[in-house]
Design a protein around this ligand. Structure first.
Ligand code: HEC
Length: 240
C-alpha cells in the first residue's frame, strides 16, 4: 500500500537499472564536483616550511628503517599527551608530510616535537646504542647508519617531484639540492665535533646518520606554540 507506483518499475529490469544508475551518477557528481573548486580545507599555519634536502633524506631513512612502527608523530588533544609532548598536532603543520607519518603505535614516545629537545650528540649516542641512554629501552641499535654512505643521487629529483605537488621550493633549492644537503650535513658534523666533543670519522661524517639527526632536530620546530594550560577550567586548549 502506498508503494504501488514502484511495482511496475521493478518488473522492468532494464529501465530500473538505468534509472538506478542515473540516480547514483547524479549523487556521485554532487559529492565529487565541489571539492575541485575548493582551495583546500586545511588552515595554513605561519612558519610551516617544507623539509630541506638533507632533512628530506633523513625522513626517507626514517621510513626505510621503520621508525614509524614504534613512534607516532601525532599528539592528540588529551591532557596526558599535551603534558608530555606539548601542544597537540594541527592539520596545518602536516601540509608538507608526504606520506604523512602520524603512526598508529607508540612503543616509543611521540616524536612530532622532538626537535631541539636534545643536543645532536644525544642522538649520536642514542641511535648507536639506545641502552647507553636508557638501559630499559627496547629500541634497536641503528649502528649500520654510521657506516652506510648517504646516497644523494635522487635528492634533486625528490625535490622536483614534491614541487609539482605544491611544496614551495625555490629554483635554487632544487638546482643546488645536493650541495645544500652536503652543506647542512657539514654543519651538523661540525657541531658534533667542535661543540659537543664527539669523535666523528670521515666515513661517519658522510653517512646516513647525519641526515637522520638533521631530520630529528627539525621535527616540530616550525611553529612556536604556547604551552597548553589544560588545568584552566572550561578554557579551550591552547590554540594560537
Ligand atoms: C622497537 C621499537 C622502536 C623502533 C623500531 C625505534 N624506536 Fe625510537 N624509541 C623506542 C623506545 C621504547 C624509546 C624510549 C626509550 C629510549 O629513549 O630509548 C625510543 C626513543 C626514541 C627517541 C627519544 C625520544 C624522546 O623524546 O626521548 C628518539 C629520538 C627515537 N626513539 C628515534 C627513533 C628513530 C629515528 C628510529 C628509526 C631509525 C627509531 N626510534 C626506532 C622504540 C623504538
Amino acid at each position: 500500500m502506498g508503494y504501488d507506483w514502484h511495482r511496475p518499475l521493478e518488473s522492468q529490469t532494464l529501465r530500473f537499472t538505468l534509472l538506478t544508475f542515473l540516480a547514483i551518477v547524479v549523487g556521485g557528481l554532487v559529492l565529487l564536483i565541489p571539492p575541485y573548486f575548493m582551495q583546500g580545507t586545511v588552515e595554513t599555519i605561519e612558519g610551516v616550511r617544507p623539509y630541506t634536502a638533507l632533512e628530506l633524506e633523513g625522513r626517507d631513512l626514517y621510513i626505510r628503517e621503520g621508525c614509524n612502527n614504534c613512534h607516532s608523530q601525532m599528539i592528540r588533544p588529551f591532557k596526558a599527551e599535551t603534558d608530555r609532548y606539548g601542544p597537540f598536532t594541527m592539520a596545518g603543520e602536516n601540509v608538507y608530510e608526504r606520506p604523512f607519518l602520524y603512526g598508529s603505535r607508540r612503543t616509543g614516545p611521540d616524536l612530532s616535537r622532538v626537535g631541539g629537545n636534545y643536543p645532536d650528540s644525544w642522538h649520536w649516542i642514542h641511535f648507536r646504542r639506545p641502552q647507553d641512554i636508557e638501559p630499559r629501552s627496547n629500541m634497536p641499535s641503528f649502528a649500520h647508519l654510521y657506516r652506510w654512505p648517504l646516497d644523494l643521487s635522487l635528492t634533486q629529483r625528490k625535490l622536483e617531484v614534491l614541487r609539482t605537488l605544491g611544496h614551495p621550493y625555490a629554483d635554487e633549492e632544487v638546482r643546488d639540492a645536493v650541495a645544500e644537503a652536503q652543506a647542512q650535513a657539514a654543519v651538523v658534523v661540525a657541531r658534533l665535533r667542535d661543540e659537543q666533543g664527539i669523535q666523528v670519522s670521515e666515513t661517519e661524517a658522510g653517512s646516513e646518520i647525519v641526515a637522520l639527526i638533521a631530520y630529528m632536530q627539525r621535527l616540530g620546530t616550525d611553529v612556536d606554540l604556547p604551552p597548553i594550560e589544560s588545568a584552566r577550567a572550561g578554557a579551550a586548549p591552547g590554540r594560537p
